[in-house]
Design a protein around this ligand. Structure first.
Ligand SMILES: Cc1cc2nc3c(=O)[nH]c(=O)nc-3n(C[C@H](O)[C@H](O)[C@H](O)COP(=O)(O)O)c2cc1C
Length: 171
């Protein structure tokens, strides 16, 4: 038996998605609507709502970093999703340490398991989000990479993976 809905707002189902902190300059925006779209060249797409300050920043700077933090930082990520960078100094409120910056002055966060440096090469507007397509020009992998990615299911619900299996058939 299924319950059927017409809109995403009505259907309160869990949609676990890996969540990252998108940094444009020193502003941090949690992002769960993102995906890889090309392997070589490595390209990535993120969907950003027009009313978010990050939208304006990406249009201006045409670049950002995607910081994939482990699950333990979910309260910080949730807080960053309640604030807006044109009103608040979100980096200061996050208490996250900055490892370095890319050549556009987008911050790289030390706590990340891995970080993608992204340079926007295309933009696609559809619905209420703009899809920024970016070349991933650098990939930074933390030698202390956790095995606990942050998953966001909507409505304040966070999780991480429970079990990992390696297929006998390999990849
Ligand atoms: C876990 C999580 C994931 C989110 N994913 C997205 C997303 O993919 N795209 C988006 O536009 N907003 C997303 N949001 C909402 C923004 O992060 C939120 O509106 C934020 O306050 C915008 O900050 P800014 O105005 O400084 O850009 C998400 C929020 C949370 C908590």
């Amino acid at each position: 038996m299924f319950k059927t809905y017409d809109t995403l707002e009505q259907a309160t189902h869990a949609q676990p998605r890996v969540t990252a902190l998108l940094a444009c300059q020193n502003n941090l925006m949690p992002a769960s609507w993102h995906m890889p779209i090309s392997k070589s060249p490595f390209r990535y797409a993120v969907a950003v709502r027009e009313e978010n300050y990050t939208h304006q920043l990406i249009q201006e700077h045409k670049s950002f970093t995607l910081n994939f933090l482990p699950f333990e930082h979910f309260e910080t990520v949730n807080l960053m999703g309640k604030l807006h960078g044109d009103m608040d100094d979100k980096l200061a409120q996050s208490n996250l340490h900055v490892e370095s910056e890319d050549r556009f002055k987008n911050v790289l966060l030390s706590a990340s398991d891995f970080i993608y440096e992204c340079e926007v090469c295309d933009t696609y507007k559809n619905g209420d989000h703009t899809i920024f397509i970016a070349d991933v020009v650098k990939i930074h992998v933390n030698e202390k990479e956790s095995q606990e990615p942050m998953l966001f299911s909507g409505r304040g619900k966070y999780a991480t993976v429970g079990k990992t299996f390696i297929s006998k058939k390999g990849v």
